[in-house]
Design a protein around this ligand. Structure first.
Ligand SMILES: *Cc1c(COP(=O)(O)O)cnc(C)c1O
Length: 333
């Protein structure tokens, strides 16, 4: 889907300066991630491809950037009172990791539906894990109740200016390493990453295409952009599990910013996502999760047109051994 920007005047006020400030703030926790030229992709697909290796960040994904920027921006009182979040995936893990380093109490709210293995992994980070209700929505509601009753600060996984600015630091690093980049591709879910990339990349004066890839199995942002307002979608299991989750019916920032900054959103099926994971494994000898490899799969399967100089953000590496085994057995490269 090509996005025709409906509101050319962007109402939210996150600036490139906010992203530079985020970069300074998180530097003690998040070093510049490697950006490598992909010989294989450049040869196989006929233009220059670079991979931004976010999967090697502490806590295994780019989410630490936003989590660190938000927690470091809290007042001393807020830090003393503790933080809470309702993300079960990479964001919850990053919040727990940063809070632990800073000696801030963190409570991760999850529903009874979250598998024990995932809950255990969260507990191992030193955070307190609270099981409530039977859906992600229940966990979210409880999280905001904790804020009211106990004074914790809710750290929203994407719809927060500090989180968006933190994720945007990836854009500054990309411009530093490949100043003449013309196409940036990354997995799109709640839109914190693309909102931040948009501010960082599109206010830098060079024409550039920002592309989001989402899973057919639950593309809430894509459906919302099509509807012109936030909507909910039905979700099914996908290899790109980090791309699932709604955008929030009261979305404040990311919906509008994705509408404004993102040029295209492409939906991918499981075969394409698997193809991306398999390609990264075979040709780059790296193991990444489906959400990270989705952009590679999209290029490999001709789902999006390549530019002259492309950067694909490999966003994370949280993937279980069983998934990798299935991938090797089931899907042709
Ligand atoms: C969260 C996440 C994304 C998508 O980021 P949003 O800000 O939610 O759009 C992509 N890849 C991975 C690995 C993630 O954890």
């Amino acid at each position: 889907m090509r996005i025709k920007s409906v509101n050319t005047q962007q109402k939210t006020s996150i600036s490139q300066r906010d992203i530079w400030q985020a970069r300074q703030r998180i530097l003690p926790f998040v070093k510049q991630s490697p950006l490598v030229y992909s010989e294989a992709m450049s040869r196989d697909f006929g233009s220059d491809f670079y991979l931004k290796l976010e999967q090697f960040n502490p806590s295994n994904s780019f989410k630490i950037r936003g989590a660190a920027n938000k927690i470091l921006s809290l007042s001393e009182d807020e830090k003393a009172n503790g933080v809470t979040t309702f993300s079960t995936g990479n964001f919850g893990r990053s919040v727990a990791y940063v809070a632990n380093l800073l000696g801030v109490k963190a409570v991760i709210c999850i529903s009874a539906n979250v598998p024990d293995a995932k809950a255990d992994a969260l507990e191992q980070t030193g955070a307190e894990v609270m099981k409530v209700g039977t859906s992600q929505g229940d966990a979210e509601t409880f999280c905001y109740q904790l804020e009211q009753d106990n004074g914790y600060t809710v750290i929203h996984p994407f719809d927060d200016p500090y989180v968006i600015s933190g994720q945007g630091t990836i854009g500054l690093e990309i411009l530093e390493d490949v100043p003449d980049v013309d196409t940036v591709i990354a997995g799109l879910s709640g839109g914190g990453l693309h909102a931040g990339l948009g501010v960082a990349l599109k206010n830098a004066g060079n024409a550039l295409r920002l592309v989001g890839v989402s899973a057919e199995q639950g593309a809430a942002m894509h459906a919302s952009i099509q509807a012109g307002k936030p909507v909910q979608v039905k979700e099914n299991d996908t290899l790109a599990d980090s791309l699932l989750g709604g955008i929030g019916m009261n979305n404040q920032y990311t919906f509008e910013m994705v509408q404004h900054y993102v040029d295209e959103i492409t939906l991918l099926n499981e075969q394409v996502i698997a193809g991306g994971m398999r390609y990264v494994f075979d040709r780059e000898q790296m193991t990444v999760e489906g959400a990270a490899a989705a952009g590679v799969g999209a290029i490999k399967h001709g789902k999006i047109a390549a530019g002259k100089k492309n950067v694909i953000v490999l966003t994370g590496r949280s993937v279980g051994a069983q998934t990798i085994v299935n991938l090797m057995l089931q899907f042709e490269i």
